[in-house]
Design a protein around this ligand. Sequence first.
Ligand code: KG4
Ligand code: ZN
Length: 346
Amino acid sequence: MGLVLGIESSCDETAAALVDSDRRIVAQRIASQDEAHRPYGGVVPEIAARAHSQRLAPLIAATLADAGLTLADVDAVAATAGPGLIGGVMVGLVTAKALAMAADKPLIAINHLEGHALSPRLADESLGFPYLLLLVSGGHCQVLMVEGVGAYRRLATTIDDALGEAFDKTAKILGLGFPGGPAVERIAATGDPRKVALPRPLFGSVEPHFSFAGLKSAVLRARDAGSHEPADIAAAFQQAAIDCVIDRTRRALGRAEKPTALVVAGGVAANKAVRGALEALAGEFGLPFVAPPLPLCTDNAAMIAWAGQERLAMPGFTPAPLDVAARPRWPLDPDAAPVRGAGVKA
Ligand code: KG4
Ligand code: ZN
């Protein structure tokens, strides 16, 4: 079956994968840069770009070797072309262009957010359009109606921080290290959320948008008060964040027209407490709940290869031109109205 080589390099994961049109991940490799960024407590764009440029080519070669294949066996090359840290995106996109040109294969320029948005369909064949998607990652926090491939209608977005960003900042404030999300989840499981009172920004507000900046500041104040255990603060933070996510997503669901399922994707979808709360919410609306397996939640290349397959299967598919640009910003729904209070985030 048709085989797509996917390349991902938009943040701190260097990844390559081969995915066929039958949803089989034939091979995949991910090189994490956690060690390189840990001393800085966050991703340093310059370091990320240098690491991608060193690691990506051998990683692609190893992925092909794992499958016992060569570039000649690949039917198309798909790479993240944005949004993300521009240095890393350029490394992946230029590599994909060179491979596509050398092997005379079609190039597919993928929106990283589309990779996340369609990733649940890679794991779950039965998931059809339209579905209501909560996309929660380090850079994004949005609710979208996914009406089809390339057809995304944004119902809500964050007016300040992304959800993953709030987890990462909380981890930093509590000295839990980097990457922060999994560390907060781990320690939160041992704490008591009732011991620390934290705010729930925008809870109950009419528009279904999100806000996490005030929650992060409250975490900082709770730490500085000096009388709380870090595990209790982490547990209270996670509970407050989940309460906000559920309230806001419930509001968005109330506006969605007949979705087939409630779906979550992106790095924070790896959080078991978040998944559990969303599953209960889906039950409230009588909807199936779909979440990709954990390795497909955080950044990976299988989701990019799969988005390439979805694009290839579209009627009238045309490959990207070799001069297609890398885009630091690339909203999934270009028609979404700007939200008061929001910055320039897509
Ligand atoms: O999708 P992703 O790998 O990269 C972006 O496109 O941003 O998401 C990374 C984000 C980080 O903020 C990370 O802390 C968060 O996802 N994350 C988690 C968990 N695993 C990753 N947040 C909460 N709980 C987790 N288990
Ligand atoms: Zn991502």
